[in-house]
Design a protein around this ligand. Structure first.
Ligand code: FES
Length: 111
């Protein structure tokens, strides 16, 4: 199984570089396996809680891609903290082209 590098910027501002991000796992799963602060993943990746909300670094947006309609609607429910580069990390699968990806954990919303 291939493993890649991903960096999360935690709410405290600390950068957590993870060098064992397994191919095929969601970024939410990778964050939770590594104890990344602020990624809860309460719904287990069912796209129904938004507790895995991240901001994708601008230079990675094209490769990560846009949210689908269901994810977009979920992000709309936390619109007080949603930005143009918002994604739900449970909906992004680690893959080779995302090796080196950088994400910032979004603050909690009032949802
Ligand atoms: S883990 Fe619930 S929406 Fe991502």
């Amino acid at each position: 199984m291939s493993a890649y590098i991903v960096t999360f910027v935690e709410p405290s501002g600390a950068e957590r570089q993870i060098d064992n991000a397994e191919d095929g796992l969601s970024l939410m799963e990778i964050a939770r396996q590594n104890g990344v602060e602020g990624i809860m993943g309460d719904c287990g990746g069912a796209c129904s809680c938004a507790t895995c909300h991240v901001y994708v670094a601008e230079e990675w947006l094209a490769k990560v891609g846009a949210p689908d309609d269901i994810e977009f609607d979920m992000l709309d429910m936390v619109s007080d903290v949603t930005k143009d580069n918002s994604r739900l990390s449970c909906q992004i699968r680690m893959r080779e082209e995302l090796d080196g990806l950088k994400l910032t954990v979004a603050p909690n919303s009032s949802f």
